[in-house]
Design a protein around this ligand. Structure first.
Ligand code: SF4
Length: 69
């Protein structure tokens, strides 16, 4: 497990956006810890059509904090 910082995908509202109530994703937001092997789709409008897959420690300037992050 790795600590996830603000600005990284794991705490972004777009990480796994189509299913962000999944237990694994909620757990990242509440514990700020994630398995680095986890990959999920970025739902950012500029990335979603490309089906970009990111890890919890990835990041970009489109970061938007998840509601409870
Ligand atoms: S790539 Fe950017 S917009 Fe997508 S989940 Fe990561 S930080 Fe958020």
């Amino acid at each position: 497990m790795q600590t996830i910082q603000t600005g990284q995908c794991g705490l972004c509202t777009h990480f796994g956006e189509s299913h962000h109530s999944d237990k694994a994703l909620v757990s990242i937001i509440t514990t700020k810890q994630a398995e680095l092997s986890l990959l999920d789709e970025c739902g950012h409008p500029k990335h979603s059509s490309l089906h970009l897959k990111v890890s919890p420690i990835s990041g970009c300037d489109g970061f938007t904090a998840a509601a409870s992050a």
